[in-house]
Design a protein around this ligand. Structure first.
Ligand code: ATP
Ligand code: SF4
Ligand code: MG
Length: 328
């Protein structure tokens, strides 16, 4: 295939609340190609989950997609019926959710849950599904797959449950894996093990991965491309090497300063002043303006478009070039 595997164009998502509207996603466009890994970062509430989940038909009842397209293998996912989307989810697009305890069925043996994923999508017959499940458990690093097949989710540690979630997501060998904070709930060592496992599985299968994470380090270590979101918009999008060498957006720079970078342990952590707000109006200017040290009048009155700096780098900031030279 020459074009992207998934291309999201101008996606807008709103939620109705009793008193007002939430403008959760405001004109997002990006694409992911075969064999590519994309990391989506941004503070809590920036629209990462809503953007991804809405494009695969997982939107809460009070939510509405008001504009956009999401082309996957030549079909606009946003135009499909729920049953068609269900077919694609799990078969062509695997999904890993943040909390395995809420996504696994507590009263069903884990082996049956993995098998069910294959049987529902008619990926394999019963016997083959059973064999494949044992193989998948082994591949996920779960010792003694035959015995563990019969266990229930509560009989596993957090890290092991996450491995089972991955097995379910990969049961039908999807081309695309969407992982929404797959390691956030785990301690650092287990987090690293799960990421290493994901990395290995991705390479082996030649699969594409979109991973949402709060953790900049995780994104830059794991992903080919980085997307930084704020206020339901993409602030910066770049090839990872380019992004590490030449971060340009004031928000991305702020995020970078607010974490401990490997090799810079002595460096002080500088949090971004202020906090992200829920967007209850359509953006009229830059969503980051209130917290940005480079804000000008234009920033309040004109929404910065995501523009191309070069083939591998896009930015939504009126003053990106000046900021980059000041921040060196
Ligand atoms: N069902 C809903 N009703 C109203 N507002 C919602 C709903 N779901 C999400 N939102 C709002 O949409 C915005 C984007 O939420 P989203 O869950 O995508 O953020 P996120 O970037 O994934 O954050 P986190 O890192 O905490 O997971 C937030 O302001 C959130 O409060
Ligand atoms: S557009 Fe203005 S407010 Fe927004 S990030 Fe750039 S300089 Fe800051
Ligand atoms: Mg989220």
């Amino acid at each position: 295939m020459s074009g992207p595997l998934l291309a999201i164009e101008n996606l807008h998502v709103q939620f109705a609340r009793s008193e007002d509207q939430v403008y959760a996603v405001n004109g997002v466009s990006f694409s992911i190609h075969e064999n590519e890994t994309l990391g989506i970062v941004g503070e809590s509430g920036s629209g990462k989950s809503v953007m991804l989940m809405s494009s695969i038909g997982l939107l809460r009842e009070n939510g509405k997609i008001t504009a956009g397209t999401a082309n996957f293998q030549g079909r606009d996912l946003l135009k499909l019926r729920p049953k068609q989307l269900e077919d694609i989810r799990g078969r062509d697009i695997g999904v890993i959710f943040q909390d395995p305890m809420t996504s696994l069925n507590p009263v069903m043996r884990i082996g049956d849950q993995i098998m069910e994923a294959m049987l529902t999508h008619q990926y394999a017959g019963r016997k083959e599904a059973f064999e494949r499940t044992l193989h998948l458990l082994h591949e996920m690093g779960i010792p003694d797959p035959k015995a563990r097949f019969k266990n229930y989710p509560h009989e596993f540690s957090g890290g092991m449950r996450q491995r089972i979630m991955i097995a379910i997501a990969l049961a039908c060998e999807p081309q695309l894996l969407i992982a929404d904070e797959p390691t956030t709930a785990l301690d650092v060592t287990v987090q690293m093990q799960i990421l290493a496992l994901l990395q290995e599985l991705r390479r082996k299968r030649g699969m594409s991965v979109v991973m949402v994470t709060h953790d900049f380090g995780v994104a830059t270590n794991f992903c080919d491309k980085i997307v930084v979101m704020y206020g339901g918009q993409i602030m910066e999008m770049a090839d990872t090497d380019q992004f590490i060498r030449k971060t340009m957006h004031p928000y991305s720079l702020g995020l970078k300063r607010s974490i401990i970078e490997v090799g810079h342990r002595g460096k002080a952590i500088v949090p971004i002043p202020g906090a992200a707000k829920t967007m209850t109006q359509a953006p009229a200017g830059c969503p980051f303006a209130e917290r940005c040290p480079y804000r000008t009048e234009r920033c309040d009155n004109e929404v910065p478009e995501l523009r191309k700096l070069n083939a591998d780098h896009y930015i939504a900031c009126h003053r990106a070039e000046e900021v980059a030279s000041l921040a060196v």
